[in-house]
Design a protein. Structure first.
Length: 339
């Protein structure tokens, strides 16, 4: 039998391969594999279910990641998936794999971050599992949430002329990672050197302690807006736009001039001799929400300061980036590769 390396398929190719053979036997399964969260019919509403893992050496480096922040982040990234379905989280479970180098006090630190996130997002920690690990620290979180049946939002659903919008600002988490990696190298070369992170507090915070945008879900509800499609920005803006395009079978036009980029990101990109457009489009882990909004709701959306229009949906299935000079180039993804 031929052996196929996982890298040949990539994460999404592997997911599609698995999905092809999955059979749903329960009538309550509304949406399974293929979106930010599974959707289960619970009678009067939908239950949302999402799982993510963070693995030491792959998703985080304990050389510069405080355990408390890591605990918080593990919850936030799962809450983000629930928000991407236009839902609100209610419960979580935690799976923890620990090597023998971790003490009881270290585990306490992780859970202090988890408790803080539970308080911030108003969710309950209701169970989980712990086991030994030979490969360092592994954290797996499953998040549960709810959404009204007439408000659930999928990756599919974008329509011609819908407005493409993002929350918050983009590229900050990527630049925060570059700063942390640089300071790690400085420390390895000279352990007496103190890391210079004070002026980069915002960027480092966006990397180490991201925010799942449940606040936006509340804002959309208050305004009576239901996005036509939505996804969270974990693998980079371009990658997520291509996901919406694939699922909705539509094209997207993105304007560079409209991208919301924080001044801290602009300055850090200049410091690293990078165009700030690079982290904004291809940097991951911002955990902002990318959504399409019907034209009829555009005026309502403009009243939400944290949402920025950055493009629109087209009938043609071409994804285009319009540069500052007005040049149109194909939109390609160079974000995080999981496999």
């Amino acid at each position: 039998m031929k052996r196929t390396d996982l890298a040949e398929l990539g994460e999404f190719g592997l997911i599609e391969r698995i999905q092809k053979k999955v059979e749903y036997r329960q009538p309550s399964t509304v949406m399974g594999i293929g979106d930010d969260a599974a959707v289960i019919d619970s009678g009067t509403s939908f239950t949302l279910l999402s799982t993510d893992m963070l693995i030491e050496g792959i998703h985080f480096d304990l050389a510069y990641t405080p355990l408390r922040h890591l605990g918080y982040k593990s919850v936030a990234v799962n809450v983000s998936d629930i928000a991407a379905m236009n839902g609100l989280p209610t419960q979580i479970t935690i799976g923890l794999g620990l090597s023998n180098r971790f003490s009881v006090e270290a585990v306490d630190e992780i859970y202090e971050g988890i408790y803080a996130a539970c308080e911030n997002y108003n969710v309950d920690l209701v169970g989980g599992d712990t086991c030994s690990s030979r490969s360092g620290l592994i954290i797996s979180v499953t998040a549960y949430g709810t959404v009204d049946k007439d408000r659930v939002t999928y990756r599919k659903g974008a329509q011609d002329n819908d407005v493409l919008c993002t929350t918050g600002d983009l590229g900050a988490a990527y630049m925060g990672l570059q700063i942390l990696e640089r300071e790690k190298q400085v420390f390895l070369e000279n352990p007496n050197m103190k890391p210079e992170l004070e002026e980069h507090e915002y960027l480092v915070g966006r990397q180490l302690r991201p925010n799942g945008r449940t606040d936006i879900v509340h804002e959309l509800r208050e305004k009576g807006i239901v996005p036509t499609s939505m996804i969270d920005i974990s693998d980079g803006l371009a990658s997520e736009i291509l996901h919406l395009s694939q699922h909705s079978e539509k094209g997207f036009t993105l304007f560079v001039d409209n991208l919301p980029i924080d001044n801290h990101t602009l300055m850090a990109a200049n410091e690293f001799n990078l165009s700030p457009i690079t982290p904004a489009i291809n940097g991951g882990e911002d955990y902002e929400l990318l959504m399409t909004i019907a034209q009829k709701d555009y005026d309502l959306v403009k009243s939400i300061p944290e949402i920025t229009p950055i493009g629109f949906v087209t009938q043609e299935k071409n994804n285009i980036l319009v540069t500052n000079s007005g040049e149109k180039v194909p939109l390609t993804a160079q974000g995080w590769k999981h496999l």
